[in-house]
Design a protein around this ligand. Structure first.
Ligand SMILES: NC(=O)c1ccc[n+]([C@@H]2O[C@H](COP(=O)([O-])OP(=O)(O)OC[C@H]3O[C@@H](n4cnc5c(N)ncnc54)[C@H](O)[C@@H]3O)[C@@H](O)[C@H]2O)c1
Length: 258
């Protein structure tokens, strides 16, 4: 469990859910971790909890990934605390779901600014650290909405399809300079964002039961099941993997229909 010993990792949106599980796993693997999170209470509490468990340094830095200046300020603080960044996990994301013509331009912009532009802000800010060392890894947390679509979840899949394109474009661009850029596409994972999606249904408990029953494995995924693969992608062991998108969705997208 010391795959990331000596590495400095920034995990965005790591106050809860999948990001918190990745921050915890990275810390267990020996990395110094920055939790770059917009929710200060949640971010601080998670950083303290993980540091208490692992004894490795975990720093919360209040960050809005949608705001380039906030990302640059986070990066300056992260460098001051731990030095140049070796691993960036772009996990922060929001679900904006609707019927296309009922979606306001404000909602469209909100979704794009966090789920797509936010990732670019972080990549363009942190990549120079990695290029200087000719070593680094970026892990983008996308979604199976990056290549399949559910009606009335607009514009979330638009942003996530774009994020797959961003992953591949950057991966190819920097492959010969020691940087491995890859993605993970989770399916239904049991986190607060999933709870929110269930809460939109008329009967949330029934919606959850039906969703679980629709999964080939009969349950939702766990955040630590994403974190385990994120640990591999962040490590030096995965440097020949370039522009890959690892789908972890319990088999949902390989099924044609029942
Ligand atoms: N849970 C799922 O089923 C699922 C499935 C596929 C993909 N994903 C993706 O995984 C990622 C994490 O999802 P989750 O379920 O853990 O979500 P979550 O809502 O539980 O956690 C997201 C975290 O990101 C933070 N955040 C939101 N906007 C931010 C911003 N502008 N700047 C910084 N932090 C911000 C939130 O405060 C929160 O702590 C997202 O990108 C999501 O789209 C989730």
């Amino acid at each position: 469990m010391n795959r990331l010993e000596g590495k400095v990792a920034v995990v965005t949106g790591a106050g809860q859910g999948i990001g918190a599980a990745i921050a915890r796993r990275y810390s267990q693997e020996g990395a110094s971790v920055v939790i770059a999170e917009i929710n200060a209470d949640q971010g601080r509490a998670t950083a303290e909890a993980i540091e208490g468990e692992t004894g490795k340094p975990v720093r919360f830095i209040e960050t809005d990934v949608a705001d380039a200046k906030s990302v640059e300020a986070m990066h300056r603080q992260a460098r001051k605390a731990f030095g140049p960044v070796d691993i960036l996990v772009n996990n922060a994301g929001i679900a904006v779901f609707g019927e296309p013509l009922a979606t306001s331009m404000d909602d469209w912009r909100k979704c794009m600014s966090v789920d797509l532009e936010g990732v670019w802000h972080c990549c363009r800010t942190v990549l120079p650290d990695m290029l200087e060392k000719s070593n680094g890894a970026i892990v983008n947390i996308i979604s199976n909405h990056a290549f399949t679509v559910i009606k009335s979840t607009f514009p979330y899949p638009v942003a996530k399809h774009g994020l797959l394109g961003l992953t591949r474009s950057l991966a190819l661009e920097y492959a010969d300079r020691g940087i491995a850029i890859n993605a993970i596409s989770p399916g239904y994972i049991d986190t607060p964002i999933a709870d929110w999606a269930f809460s939109q249904a008329a009967d949330p408990a029934r919606e959850r039961r039906e969703t679980e029953a629709k999964q080939p494995v009969g349950r939702l995924g766990r955040p630590d099941e994403i974190a385990a693969v994120a640990a591999l992608l962040g490590s030096d062991e995965a440097r020949f993997m370039i522009g890959e998108n690892i789908v972890i969705d319990g088999g949902v997208t390989i099924r044609m229909y029942e």
